[in-house]
Write a protein that binds this ligand. Structure first.
Ligand code: NAD
Ligand code: IPM
Ligand code: MN
Length: 369
């Protein structure tokens, strides 16, 4: 049988640093679990711009379409701030999401017990937290037309358009309901139906789908601003949150801080099923290229490693191996493994990025005993 294929796009800043640790984990699975992957590597973001003058070549786009899953590190950095909008590193990532039609972005926020005292919120608010934010990823204000910067008389105007169709809302809501069925059967949908027509449509369509096909799911609705407040006040009230592209971006960074660090949050971006039956998919940490710490061995590789665990679960039907990897991360943290972003007042000596990789690999190996 053919090996499953992976395209690695490490990108910029800390992207290659955290991805190097994922490469070691992939090799561990090949050597110890007879799970060999055909791994291809290519450039994205600023790295692709430096080499080819574009943040994503057509050739890389075609490769991404042909593999079983894409793993992405991070894109962007101050070096590219002045580039024209159309060739900024972030456009490479947005093109991948759009052309692969990865409409459902799963951003789980779990608080590992070892980090519960480290969150900026009190332990009892975050301990045991396990929520799933489902962010719509291919539409909304990120892609709506008209958009641009225009001259109107003496004024310049910047325009972006929030636009959603019923089918775009229904397909992402469906993925949230399906996930909820395998969790605690509760979905909270967030929009701003009080001020946005797209929010009214969102609320109506999500409710209609629930009533027609998911009567077993408890559905609630919340305005996204109140949702942000509730995420900080009592996050454990949520099971699955479904929301649009922009609100999902902001709410998932908020949720990141419940887990202790942005360096902890993985994500899976899923599209329609391929011939194999598995969804088209791209896996990436929620964090960015972290220019402030790039090149210093300080980056936490856990978000990227947990993104690979999501790939094992959602693209390769290896739920038990995903559990093994997540438990290895949890045990490493339990033993006190900390990158600088996970160090509190208590001090101590932090691990480097590869030191954290070592700690997780050691736990993976221990799991075989
Ligand atoms: P960022 O996520 O890169 O960094 C925010 C803060 O979190 C920084 O202080 C950083 O040091 C810290 N941080 C992030 N990841 C970390 C990790 N793994 N370990 C330890 N600390 C970590 O966000 P930003 O600074 O707003 O953006 C920097 C660049 O990244 C921008 O160009 C932005 O567009 C891009 N970005 C890319 C992605 C992506 O590729 N998916 C996501 C977000 C931002
Ligand atoms: C994310 C990032 C991206 C987004 C950027 C880099 C395009 O912030 O994945 O959360 O806004 O979606
Ligand atoms: Mn973001």
């Amino acid at each position: 049988m053919k090996n499953p294929s992976l395209l690695i796009l490490a990108g910029d800043g800390i992207g290659p640093e955290v991805m190097a640790e994922v490469r070691r984990i992939i090799d561990w699975y090949g050597a110890n679990r007879a799970m060999a992957f055909d791994v291809f590597e290519d450039l994205v973001g600023g790295a692709a711009y430096d080499a080819h003058g574009t943040p994503l070549t057509d050739d890389t786009m075609a490769k991404a379409q042909s593999v079983d899953a894409v793993l992405l590190g991070a894109v962007g950095g101050p070096k590219y701030d002045d580039l024209d909008f159309s060739i900024k590193p972030e456009r490479g990532l947005l093109r991948l999401r759009k052309e692969m039609d990865l409409f459902s972005n799963l951003r789980p926020a779990q608080c590992f017990d070892a980090l519960a005292d480290f969150s900026s919120l009190k332990r009892d608010i975050v301990a045991g937290l396990d929520i799933m934010i489902v962010r719509e990823l291919t539409s909304g204000v990120y892609f709506g037309e008209p958009r641009g910067i225009f001259q109107e008389g003496n004024e310049r105007v910047g325009i972006n358009t929030q636009r959603y169709t019923t089918s775009e809302i229904i397909r992402v809501a469906r993925s949230a309901f399906e996930l909820a069925r395998r969790r605690d059967s509760r979905v909270c949908s967030m929009e701003k139906a009080n001020v946005m027509e797209s929010g009214v449509l969102w609320r109506e369509e999500v409710q209609k789908l629930r009533d027609a096909e998911y009567p077993d799911i408890e559905l609630t609705h919340m305005y996204a601003d109140a949702g942000a407040m509730q995420l900080c006040r009592w996050p454990k009230q949520f099971d699955v949150i479904v929301t649009d592209n922009l609100f999902g971006d902001i709410l998932s960074d908020t949720a990141a801080m419940l887990t202790g660090s942005l360096g902890m949050l993985p994500s899976a971006s899923l599209g329609a099923p391929m011939a194999s039956g598995m969804p088209k998919a791209l896996y990436e940490p929620v964090h960015g290229s972290a220019p402030d710490i790039a090149g210093q061995g300080k980056a936490n590789p856990i978000a990227c490693i947990l993104s690979f665990a999501m790939a094992l679960r959602y693209s390769f039907d290896q739920g038990e191996e995903a559990d093994r990897l997540e438990q290895a991360v949890e045990r490493a943290l339990g033993n006190g493994a900390r990158t600088p972003d996970l160090m509190g007042e208590e001090g101590g000596t932090p691990l480097t990025t590869s030191g954290m990789g070592d700690a997780i690999l050691a736990e993976l190996t221990a799991s075989l005993a």
